[in-house]
Design a protein around this ligand. Structure first.
Ligand SMILES: NC(=O)c1ccc[n+]([C@@H]2O[C@H](COP(=O)([O-])OP(=O)(O)OC[C@H]3O[C@@H](n4cnc5c(N)ncnc54)[C@H](OP(=O)(O)O)[C@@H]3O)[C@@H](O)[C@H]2O)c1
Length: 291
C-alpha cells in the first residue's frame, strides 16, 4: 500500500512513519522546516506542489498531521495560521479526493469549550480559541468535501521526539537541569503516548472504516498530576513542579480546562486499547526512548 505522510518530521508524523514501515507499507513522508534526508520538502500552502506530490505518489492513504499547532501563535496570527491550517489542510484534502486517497486528518479536543470533559464524538463542539476554531472548520469542510476520510482527535501527545518540543520531553529536561517548572493544575486532559496514536491510526486503516474517532489515553488527569507521575516514575525532583492555575500563566489563547476524551468508539472498532500513563512511561523507560 502506498502511504503519504504530510508532516512526517513532527511528533505524530515520525511515529506514523515507523508504524507504517513496520507493516511493510510503502511510505513517502514530508517535512517543512525540520529537514530530514529521508523526507521530501512540502509546504501545504502550495496547492500545486501538494497536487503534484499526491499525483506522483498515488497514495491509497494520506496521513495529515501537519498543522501550525502553537495555540498562542494561532491566537496572535489568525490570518497567517488560517492560510496554513485551514487553506493548507484543504489543499491536501482536495488532492486526496482527486486520486481517491483516504485522508486521515488529526484534530484536537480543543474543538470543545472545556466545560464538561471528557468528551465523546457525539458531544457538541464549541471552540474557545482560534486554533480550536481552525480545527473545527477543517473537520467540517473535509466532511462536506469527501466521504473517504478519518478525522482523529488527539490530545496532550507525548513521547520520544527528535525535535524535543512535547511537554514530557520539556518537563524531563527542566527537572534534570534542576530547574523549577510551573504547571497548571486546572487543565485536565487525557495524556496520550504518541506511539499509540500511530498504532491506532494504522489499525483504523486496516479496519477500513471512515469518520470521526477520539484517539486518547484512558487516564483523565491534570497537567500537574501528569507531571508528578512522570517525576515519580523517573526519579526526578517532584518539589520542583509548582502547581499554578491557568490564568496565572497569562497565555494568549483560552484553554479548554475540563477537556480530555472518551475513546469507546475507537476501542470497539479496533479492539485495541491505548496505554495509560504509568504503562506508557514504563514502556518509554524500558525502551530507553527518553535518553
Ligand atoms: N501534540 C499534541 O499534544 C497535540 C494535541 C492535539 C492535537 N494535535 C494535533 O496533532 C497533529 C500532529 O501534532 P504534532 O504534535 O505531531 O505536531 P508537530 O510535531 O508540530 O508536527 C507538525 C508537522 O507539520 C509540519 N508543518 C508545519 N507547518 C507546515 C506547513 N506550512 N507545510 C507543511 N508542513 C508543515 C511540520 O514540519 P517541520 O517540523 O519540518 O517544520 C511537522 O512535520 C497536529 O494537527 C496537531 O494540531 C497535537
Amino acid at each position: 500500500m502506498n502511504i503519504l505522510i504530510v508532516g512526517a518530521s513532527g511528533l505524530v508524523g515520525s511515529h506514523l512513519v515507523m508504524a507504517c514501515q513496520q507493516r511493510g507499507w510503502n511510505v513517502v513522508g514530508t517535512y517543512h522546516q525540520f529537514e530530514q534526508p529521508h523526507l521530501k520538502p512540502l509546504k501545504i500552502t502550495d496547492a500545486d506542489a501538494v497536487q503534484a506530490l499526491i499525483r506522483e505518489t498515488q497514495p491509497q492513504v494520506v496521513f495529515l498531521p501537519a498543522f501550525r499547532s502553537n495555540v498562542d501563535y494561532c491566537e496572535q496570527n489568525p490570518e497567517e495560521t488560517y492560510q496554513i491550517n485551514v487553506v493548507g489542510s484543504l489543499n491536501v484534502a482536495k488532492s486526496c479526493k482527486e486520486v481517491d486517497a483516504k485522508l486521515v486528518f488529526y484534530s484536537s479536543d480543543y474543538v470543545f469549550n472545556g466545560e464538561a470533559g471528557p468528551y465523546r464524538e457525539v458531544d457538541e463542539p464549541e471552540p474557545i480559541c482560534v486554533y480550536g476554531r481552525q480545527k473545527l472548520e477543517v473537520e467540517q469542510q473535509i466532511a462536506q468535501l469527501m466521504t473517504n476520510y478519518l478525522i482523529l482527535r488527539v490530545t496532550v501527545v507525548y513521547g520520544h521526539e527528535a525535535q524535543g518540543k512535547n511537554f514530557l520531553i520539556r518537563l524531563i529536561s527542566t527537572l534534570q537541569n534542576g530547574q523549577m517548572i510551573r504547571v497548571p493544575e486546572d487543565q485536565v486532559g487525557s495524556p496520550t503516548l504518541v506511539d499509540d496514536i500511530a498504532e491506532a491510526s494504522c489499525r483504523l486503516i486496516e479496519a477500513g472504516v471512515t469518520g470521526l474517532f477520539h484517539v486518547a489515553g484512558p487516564d483523565v488527569m491534570s497537567r500537574y498530576e501528569f507531571s508528578l507521575t512522570v517525576a515519580e516514575l523517573l526519579g526526578l525532583e517532584r518539589d520542583n513542579i509548582l502547581p499554578v492555575i491557568t490564568s496565572e500563566l497569562e497565555q494568549l489563547a483560552k484553554r479548554p480546562l475540563k477537556a480530555g476524551m472518551v475513546c469507546d468508539r475507537l476501542v470497539e472498532t479496533i479492539n485495541w486499547k491505548l496505554k495509560g500513563v504509568v504503562d506508557a512511561l514504563n514502556h518509554l523507560k524500558n525502551s530507553e526512548s527518553l535518553g
